[in-house]
Design a protein around this ligand. Structure first.
Ligand code: SF4
Length: 716
């Protein structure tokens, strides 16, 4: 079926039945306000504590509510983030009460979306999913979740729902965000880790920009420039880079070569603890031989970072300890992303990061006695209440091509959904639920994905707003925002009795929608709870997606196992990679999309400006006012060559597509790179990115090392 974006929403009148159904919600709201104060309008005022979930900082907030409306958001001084709220958190009020909120479920008829009742919408999904199961098997359903559900326990219940239906296919944003970091670190030292910034003397911020991605802690990072050493490595000269002790600007996609160059100097000058390396690592000889191929002069030629700077930084990070690296998406989003992360982790091992004398959160302590039972791969573990639905026989999508991805992330690799839809490989995928996800904008290879959507028998979007993906869907279910759902605290262990503000008319909290959908599909026995809080309080059991894919530690009793790897040692040469037929050493490979006279610039897509977090905040006037349209950063030298002037609209052309965008000419970007944000439908970099050039270990797309050219447009 050929899908066109919905032309319009055909409105539905509220019936007496709808009003009757809405009454309990209003009653809950009124009850919640019963003990409250009285505000200026005479209506009672209530203050509710909760969590902002727009980004992973999960700041504690206090919401002032009056007449069931959110009137103010403030930081919670008693929370972990100590009263911090950024402009996104303050925009919560606009987001909750936006005119863009959906007030009814929508069902597609032709190229129009019609408002229908919840019963009709859920019945439509149940009926069509049953047809898909009959024709293609239950594995033909896939769920993709988005940013608002990152580290949210609802994802475990989505796995439960999919498994009850018979599908192994649930994917989260891990398919293209943070998983390469998680995997690279765990393959090297057995677990994911983060720098304990306050305890470090030398902090390296590599491909990351904490002031925009971790604003509550930006001041702690920036302070390293005053009370230690702050080294920033990034092709974009961020505000943090301007304050840094040393700033290195490598070509995009060459970070792995730079890490090997730093190790070359450290090994050549014997700046590491030879005894620790001998006792607690494996593969050093291989690493030494690999690093020998990267003398500083060669690294300068590959990365454009001066040889003298490579030597200077290598000596600094190995001498001024403790040191640690804050790695960001700029390191991951390349074809050799996992190996680049491994190279940087190996560098940290060589600099004594895990020798037990410097790092207050040593992996030795973290792993300890639990190592043998459950710490390999020492990552995210799924838990679910009993009864656990019966096992699924089909393998999750992605397991064939990226087997280690499933081991470390316990889920399907959503970036290969498109192959299963278009090529029926390894089996047909015919129904998709996008839950808090705008995947048709945010996934790589948008053109192919858009084509794939036409082949689906059923596309469902669950979202508070009508997203670009929703406009292409068969059914759209209006979800409440996180503020209207029962609040999950920062460590995801406690669900509060109510949200920051009562659910707004027409929408339902995610967990309620999931429960109702399971009931409509005859799977209600797996969702017997009356609330999310009740479900979370039920006795949980640890649940492996598939126990067969779980690797086991292989350390003899009595042997000191310091790291959660197969060998119990830091693995410069990875046992699991070797067994998976991958390169065991942290080798760097150059981006396969080479620069040519036709496409002379590296396209770096995705660095987050303050205006949006992916495609969130399009409905928020106070946030969109910060950046009315997406902008392309281009160096003056590249702009002159391309005939482009500051502020002009330009075309960005790659071997895969073309988009138009406004140019900002700035010296804050590497002369061979152009940089643009992601999440904007009208100038979406994913039209320019290949969905075939992938990291062979994680399946990540090369969002930050495509090739492109910039052309002036005749009308600006
Ligand atoms: S940093 Fe901003 S967006 Fe992120 S959780 Fe805190 S207030 Fe929300």
């Amino acid at each position: 079926m050929s899908r066109t974006p919905a032309k319009m929403i055909v409105r539905r009148k509220w019936t007496r039945r709808d009003l009757f159904k809405a009454a309990p919600v209003a009653a809950v709201g009124a009850g919640a306000l019963g003990l409250a104060l009285t505000g200026r309008t005479g209506a009672p005022v209530e203050q509710n504590k909760g969590t902002c979930r727009y980004c992973l900082m999960h700041c504690g907030v206090v919401a002032t509510v009056q007449d069931e409306r959110l009137v103010k958001v403030e930081g919670d001084l008693a929370s972990r983030t100590r009263g911090f709220v950024c402009e996104h958190g303050y925009a919560l009020r606009e987001q909750v009460h936006s005119h863009g909120r959906l007030g009814h479920p929508l069902v597609r008829r032709g190229d129009e979306l019609h408002e229908v009742s919840w019963d009709d919408a859920l019945g439509e999904i149940a009926r069509r999913l049953e047809q898909v199961k009959q024709r293609f098997g239950p594995q033909a359903l896939a769920i993709q979740t988005g940013w608002p559900l990152v580290r949210h326990p609802l994802v475990n219940f989505l796995h439960r729902f999919a498994r009850a239906y018979g599908s192994p296919n649930v994917a989260s944003v891990a398919s293209l965000c943070e998983a390469s970091l998680r995997m690279g670190q765990a393959l090297t030292v057995g677990t994911k880790y983060a720098p304990d910034v306050r305890a470090l003397k030398t902090l390296v911020v590599w491909g990351a920009n904490p002031p925009t991605t971790a604003p509550p802690f930006a001041h702690v990072v920036a302070a390293k420039a005053l009370n230690g050493n702050l080294i920033v490595i990034d092709p974009v000269r961020t505000t943090l880079a301007k304050e840094a002790t040393v700033y290195l600007s490598p070509r995009a996609g060459t970070d792995g070569a730079l890490a090997l160059g730093l190790m070359h100097v450290i090994v050549r000058e014997r700046l590491f603890d030879a005894d620790f390396v001998a006792r607690h690592t494996v593969g050093f000889e291989g690493l030494e031989a690999l690093a020998a191929e990267y003398p500083p002069e060669r690294v300068e030629a590959l990365t454009s970072v001066k040889a003298a700077d490579v030597e200077k930084v290598a000596r600094l990070i190995s001498a001024d300890k403790p040191m640690g690296v804050w790695q960001g998406l700029g390191v991951e989003h390349h074809e050799s992303g996992v190996q680049t992360v491994r190279a940087i982790s190996s560098l940290e091992v060589l600099c004594g990061r895990f020798d037990g004398t410097h790092d207050s959160k040593s992996l030795v302590t973290a792993l300890g006695p639990r190592f043998k039972e459950e710490m390999l791969p020492a990552l995210y573990r799924m838990r679910t209440p009993e009864p656990v639905p019966p096992p699924v026989t089909a393998a999750a999508l992605g397991r064939e091509r990226f087997p280690l991805y499933e081991i470390y992330n316990r889920e399907a690799q959503g970036e290969v959904y498109v192959d299963a839809i278009l090529d029926d490989q390894p089996y047909p995928l015919r129904a998709m639920i996008l839950w808090a996800s705008n995947a048709l904008v945010t996934a790589s290879g948008t053109a192919r994905l858009r084509k794939a959507a036409d082949k689906l028998e059923l596309l469902v979007t669950v979202d508070p707003y009508l997203s670009d993906s929703g406009k292409l869907s068969d059914v759209v279910l209006p979800a409440s925002t996180f503020a209207e759902s029962q609040d999950i605290d920062a460590d995801d262990e406690h669900v509060a009795a109510k949200g920051l503000v009562p659910p707004q008319p027409g929408s339902l909290p995610d967990f309620t929608i999931l429960t109702k959908l399971a009931q409509a599909m005859g799977l209600g026995q797996y969702f017997p709870w009356r609330s999310f809080q009740e479900a979370m309080n039920a006795r949980h059991v640890t649940w492996m997606v598939d126990d067969a894919v779980q690797p086991r530690p292989e350390v003899a009793d009595g042997t000191e196992a310091r790291f959660g790897t197969v060998t119990g040692k830091a693995e410069f040469a990875s046992t699991l990679l070797e067994r998976a037929g991958q390169e065991p050493l942290p080798k760097w490979t150059a981006p396969t999309e080479g620069l040519t006279p036709d496409f002379p610039l590296r396209l770096v897509s995705g660095p987050r400006p303050r205006a949006r977090i992916n495609s969130q905040f399009a409905q928020s006037p106070s946030v969109t006012a910060r950046m009315r349209e997406p902008e392309l950063l281009i160096h003056p030298d590249a702009a002159t060559k391309a005939g482009v002037t500051h502020g002009a609209r330009v075309a960005v052309v790659s071997p895969h597509g073309r988009i138009e965008i406004r140019a900002v000419v700035t010296r804050d970007v590497h002369p061979e790179c152009v940089v643009m944000p992601a999440g904007w439908g009208q100038a979406n970099p994913n039209w320019l990115i290949s969905d075939e050039k992938r990291d062979p270990i994680s399946g990540f797309p090369a969002f930050r090392s495509g090739a492109c050219r910039v052309e002036p447009l005749s009308t600006s």
